[in-house]
Write a new protein. Structure first.
Length: 318
């Protein structure tokens, strides 16, 4: 494909877990990609395999500050920059709020200036500790705005609000993806999320830490499925939020038992107090994604979790 005919995409958070997988997918689809990341939680190791790739460029920059790309023609701006795990946003509350507010404003401004489509990575956390189950896109959520998790929840809720304002007022082509629990290679081992936490503990022979009694539920989607849904949404003409995730729900205790079984570890389960505002249930209703995008997850849990365990096993060796 000639350089001039290639779509050009910016991916903020492009050195992160999801961002780096999105970069790979866009390159595979024939895009030229500019990844922007300040490496506060991302790592160049996630994009190291792209060194020398002529259609890829990396810029180290904090998108909460003005983004300067004066000579670039852009077709898509994917805003995926943000601390995204409880450990990260509890340690980095103000940067989390800034990237959700200032970062979203800056990337929307970039998309408006370049007449590009804008795709916001939102989250199931906009639903808070939901009173509706499973969660549909028209549910407004149950969020504690001043709790410790509020910095992430409200940053994403504001990001959605300003995205829709730009769509309605400036007629910008915008998309919003609400991402539910996703797992796969390139997750950070100690990012505080349950998948790497349990796998890391199991591979090290440590007890698996379950908060509360383990009856709270989560739904786990493999990363390649999620990225496929994001790409389909970006190429669509749909502007309302879309849930992307795997509706297969399990309790945290069940998940811990599965990790113990699949890894063959001798680890036991250790129970600790439930964190403040930890959601009791989390399951996406993906009817909209099926109808609008023709999308649903295809990678089974056993296949996906084994690939993720293999990744962490290799990481621990190196």
């Amino acid at each position: 494909m000639a350089a001039r005919s290639r779509p050009v995409s910016v991916v903020t958070g492009g050195a992160g877990f999801l961002g780096s997988h999105l970069v790979d997918r866009l390159l595979a689809e024939g895009h030229r990609v500019i990844a922007i990341d300040n490496l506060i939680t991302g790592t160049t190791g996630n994009i190291g395999h792209l060194a020398g790739e002529e259609n890829f460029r990396f810029i180290k920059h904090n998108v909460s500050n003005f983004i300067f790309l004066p000579k670039e023609k852009l077709d898509y701006v994917f805003h995926f920059a943000s601390p995204a795990s409880p450990i990260d946003y509890l340690e980095l509350p103000i940067p989390t709020l800034k990237v959700g507010a200032l970062g979203t404003h800056n990337t929307l401004g970039l998309a408006k200036d370049k007449e590009a489509s804008f795709i916001l990575a939102s989250t199931s956390e906009v639903y808070g500790d939901p009173l509706e189950h499973p969660q549909k896109e028209d549910y407004w959520g149950n969020v504690n705005p001043i709790g410790p998790r509020g910095v992430y929840d409200e940053a994403k809720r504001f990001a959605e609000a300003i995205t829709m304002a730009y769509h309605r007022y400036h007629r910008l082509d915008t998309k919003i993806v609400r991402i539910f629990n996703t797992y796969g290679p390139r997750m950070r081992l100690r990012d505080g999320r349950v998948v790497p936490a349990f796998i890391g503990q199991a591979l090290s022979g440590e007890p698996l830490t379950v908060f509360g009694d383990g009856s709270q539920t989560r739904s786990f989607c493999y990363v390649s499925d999620l990225i496929d849904g994001i790409f389909k949404l970006a190429m669509s003409s749909f502007h309302e939020p879309v849930n992307l995730g795997n509706p297969r729900e399990m309790t945290i205790k069940q998940f811990a038992e599965e990790i113990i079984r699949i890894t063959g570890t001798k680890s036991t389960i250790e129970y600790k107090p439930l964190p403040v505002d930890d959601p009791k249930v989390r399951q996406p209703d993906i009817s909209r994604a099926k109808e609008v995008l023709g999308w649903e997850p295809r990678v089974g849990f056993e296949k996906g979790i084994k690939a993720t365990i293999d990744y962490f096993r290799d990481s621990l060796k190196s």
